[in-house]
Design a protein around this ligand. Structure first.
Ligand code: MG
Length: 238
């Protein structure tokens, strides 16, 4: 058990500070319900199932994922258009509207996890130096940072699109260490993604702490071995 806080803590944003994916199911359902009447005889459930199936395939590939997250709204439009086309529906206009509706709902639904902002305050009050390392495109990541006033907590903010590469490319962690003037043994990286936030950080010697959002524990087959597993940011406090 690690009891002392290190000199620097690098934090992920989505699904670490902000509940970013908790609303996925209900946002897709609502967007499908809105447009199903225009796509009869397909039911909202049938549309939803087709979109979710194609969406899982789309995001389950590192290269497509990178391209998609850097142009998120466009990626969602392509996903819905192709999912509908596989059902035999050739309606780009409705596909794009449905995807855009989903994007709007998702953005509105994102909010900090209970206690997350309070933990940032407490870490800062204890003198911990914080960096934010987040993958994704600049506009949507900056919008979230601004909406919740996150920039005041962080000495540096590195966003994949602005920096040029994202996690788990080791250049982003090395840049953060250099900017903060700390060694890897003086830093933790904390986040929900085993590959990006744990393995990526560990490869340069940073302690990798995994937030197990689901609470399901680490799969026995996991190649990535976090230095520590927590359920929420508040557990970081000694
Ligand atoms: Mg994350």
């Amino acid at each position: 058990m690690i009891l002392q806080l290190p000199s620097a803590i690098f934090l992920d944003m989505d699904d670490t500070i902000l509940n970013a994916t908790g609303s996925v199911d209900c946002c897709w359902r609502e967007a499908c319900e809105t447009y199903a009447p225009q796509l009869m005889p397909f039911t909202s459930d049938a549309l939803n199932a087709a979109i979710r199936a194609y969406s899982s395939w789309y995001w389950n590939d590192a290269d497509r994922h990178r391209r998609g997250r850097l142009q998120l709204e466009l990626a969602r439009r392509e996903i819905v258009e192709e999912a509908l086309r596989r059902l035999g529906i050739d309606r780009r206009d409705i596909a794009y509207q449905l995807a855009d509706r989903y994007s709007t709902l998702r953005e509105a639904a994102i909010e900090p996890f209970p206690g997350a902002i309070d933990t940032l305050h407490r870490l800062r009050d204890r003198g911990s130096r914080l960096a934010l390392l987040t993958n994704g495109n600049a506009i949507s990541q900056r919008r979230k940072i601004d909406k919740y006033g996150l920039s005041s907590f962080f000495e540096i903010i590195l966003i994949e699109e602005e920096f040029g590469v994202g996690k788990p490319d080791q250049r982003i962690y090395l840049h953060a260490l250099e900017q903060m003037k700390v060694g890897p043994d003086e830093a933790w990286m904390v986040g929900d993604n085993l590959e990006w936030d744990v393995a990526g950080a560990q490869q340069v010697g940073i302690t990798g702490i995994w937030i197990d959002l689901e609470g399901a524990g680490l799969l026995q087959s996991s190649i990535v071995k976090p230095d520590r597993i927590i359920r929420s940011l508040a557990e970081l406090m000694p």
